[in-house]
Design a binder for this molecule. Structure first.
Ligand code: ADP
Length: 255
């Protein structure tokens, strides 16, 4: 099987009036179809910068990033991006929010509308279709934001700290919920988080970045050996703590 995403030797520095800030240095990794990769690293090391490069919102100064053998580019529908804030529009109903991307792209075809209806039904949001975002819980809002992204049929999903605005218990439930939806969709995904447990519970592999300028310090394969693995059940797996300690040690080695 060939990787769907290839990140090769990528570098980026920010240039401002006060000088140069090297953010990423020679980053390389692959992502396989259907794979879930978590990225952890110290605050300010360049995690969001890396996601912005993969989304095509920034261009690398060296190296290359290809999705399905094509260089990534801004405005492409191939990459879906989910952020900490859901950015749902209060003046639109949940259904109209979910259709926003299709509307902007002038793709409100009968086929795509029926796909949107199907996603609303499958993921339990159809009874909220006419509600306003403020009538939904934080978790339901994140679910609506994810469906708004999935309806565009991206080839890859990027998640930048999508649960960090939620309280701890909601966060556990929502990450479980979103994790299951993503597994079900079969889409490959990259999650940036500062929460080691969250990273392990959701991922097939965890990529650890070094302090800035970020390099790939280590990539850890997660094998929890449990049936019907979900983010919540992963946390109870016997080997979970082993991975937590390993990643904790790596992160503290260079701190
Ligand atoms: P992380 O997501 O790991 O917290 P970021 O990717 O947001 O880190 O930022 C990496 C480094 O680049 C930080 O030192 C940050 O201050 C700097 N940085 C981020 N965006 C800009 C920008 N637009 N201009 C200048 N420096 C930036």
């Amino acid at each position: 099987m060939n990787p769907i995403l290839k990140v090769r030797d990528v570098c980026l520095s920010y240039h401002t009036l006060s000088g140069e800030t090297p953010a990423l240095s020679h980053i390389s990794f692959d992502l396989m179809p259907g794979e879930f990769l978590s990225i952890v690293g110290p605050s300010g090391c360049g995690k969001s910068t890396l996601l912005n490069l993969i989304a095509g919102l920034l261009a690398p100064e060296c190296g290359s990033i290809t999705l399905d053998e094509k260089p990534v580019s801004a405005g492409s529908t191939a990459v879906g991006y989910m952020l900490q804030k859901d950015h749902l529009l209060e003046w639109r109903s949940i259904y109209k929010n979910i259709l926003l991307g299709l509307e902007i792209r002038k793709e409100l075809t009968p086929e795509k509308l029926s796909h949107a209806e199907e996603l609303l039904r499958i993921y339990g949001l159809d009874r909220f279709r006419d509600a306003r975002p403020s009538q939904l819980s934080g978790g339901m809002r994140q679910r609506a934001a994810l469906i708004r992204t999935l309806v565009l049929k991206p080839e890859l999903l990027l998640l930048d700290e999508p649960f960090s605005a939620l309280d701890y218990q909601t966060r556990l439930n929502v990450s479980d919920d979103i994790g299951k939806i993503l597994r079900n969709s079969g889409k490959p995904a990259i999650l940036v988080t500062h929460d080691i447990s969250e990273a392990i519970s959701m991922a097939d592999r965890v990529l650890i970045l070094s302090p800035r300028p970020a390099t790939v310090q280590k990539i850890v394969d997660i094998h929890l050996n449990i049936n019907n693995r979900t983010p919540l059940s992963s946390r109870n797996a016997p080997d979970f703590k082993k991975y937590f300690n390993l990643i904790w040690k790596e992160l503290n080695e260079n701190a």
